[in-house]
Write a protein that binds this ligand. Sequence first.
Ligand code: SF4
Length: 584
Amino acid sequence: MPRLAVIDNEKLKQMSDKLHIQSLCPVNRRGSDCMYFEGEKLLIDEILCIGCGICVKAAPHAISIINLPDEDKNPPIHQYGKNGFRVFNLPFVEENKIVGILGKNGIGKSTVISVLAGLLEANFGNLEKTYDSKEEYFNELFANYKGTVLQQYFTSLQKQDIKVAFKPQQIIQIPQKFKGSVISLLKNIEKDVTKIEERAKSLNINQILERDISHLSGGELQRVALCACLLKESANFFVLDEVTNYLDVYERLNSAQIIKDVVGDKSALVVEHDLVILDFLIDNIHLMYGKSGVYGKLTNIKNARLGVNEYLEGYSKDENVQFRDKPITFHKDSVLDEQVRDTYVKWSNEVVQRGEFSVEIKEGHISKGEIIGIIGRNALGKSTFMNHVNEVGLEDKVISYKEQLIKRTDDLVLSVLGSLNNYSDPFFKLYILDPLKIDELEEKQVDQLSGGELQRFAIAKCLLEDAHVFLLDEPTAFLDVEDRLVIAKVIRNFVELREKACFVIDHDLIFMDYISHRLMVFDGQPSIKGVAHSPTGMRDGMNHFLREVDITFRREEHSKRPRINKKGSVKDNEQKKAGEYYYS
Ligand code: SF4
């Protein structure tokens, strides 16, 4: 049985701990060097290891031993260091098709698309291997994929018949790599200013072309990065690594439609965690499963609808692999908890002015144990409302605030969270720290966390504060489908059990549907004047918001998950006529 032994030496700080773990290994005790040292690094010989799991029990946070099924004899596509993270299989590129990849964070989705795009040289698990030339690398690829579709793909890539346009996941790093205006960045890809303006207009960034890259919001940066990718006229293969972070629902759908139009009869590969948008975009799908930081494996390609359903069920039929204990389920009518509760805090009608921009806030109230979801297009003042509440307060209540853009410092996660009183309270351990897997992050510096890890840390920090009212601005950004569900449960349990009040801004409608008791809808004219309506019931709120953005949803028959209706379709027209945009 092929065996993977993965050790994170960063998490085994003391030499005495490593020596102790080594002394427990039964193979070592019999005189063989199954666990051995290279310098100060503790390593495992995977051939000698018998998979007893004793070392894992001693250091579960740092060591993983995985026994793969016998048929998984193929070497990995790529391995990061000795006893390091490994990724298996590459996705298919299909002509005239958009293929999606769906899986949790930390299992190598970015690795496989980078190898396919030619941005990362695969080492096939041979850590000594270096390539002296591109030709040598391609010969290695041909040897590994002889007679397969991937051999044809890499032959075309080498001949430059396939030209790749890539949209990276980490858009926040763009201002560090590129200085100057948006137009100057886009001119590096397309010289024709008219073409730039046309594409920019379709993505609604034409008014910021002269703005410096360093002054863009997350949503603007995302659309500039997408614009740059889609402007590459010579490209016939588009690789898009997470396209919806920081975008509102309207922008998500608009971007998805533009991607479809531009890809046309070419090919694309998309990694995305917003299930509604992924489902709308793709023709076929690979699921990816594994253990974060240990290994990741792609399934065969599947039909999009069936593939998403299999993912939700946590079971891949073709491979006979169960990758989650419990299915992710949806209910047709969702929460719809419209019980009348006592008022905890109220606010009055008010206008908040920020330069030329204003938000008219209509009076409302929130109750103990209640979550008010805040939805609306970007630039209508949702974050301004939260900032304002944080600055001026709500009556005499103490407020805790997780901002949209999380500050990165060089502090250790443990020193930040450990300084909060509630950190050692068993309730917080059980309901917040454990489900958010904070123990995995404690020894890391905040500025070294990945996007998803940073989000988990920031949510934990916000909920650990001694406060009455909690404000969470875009808690799902950079989280995968599973973690979105986990944080939804964490926030709901915490607010209900501790009788707190909570406002949440987010653009993932499935998440908002799950988490909110009532909705506060923002409308108006983006960047000019926003109106924050009084909180209302879920059905009214969803209908109000979706009418604004002109989108209706139906339910997938099997899983009951919401799917976007094609504009102008019979269902779309029927639902609009009935005024039922979401809970149809
Ligand atoms: Fe040794 Fe058992 Fe750990 Fe393998 S699983 S390294 S045999 S202790």
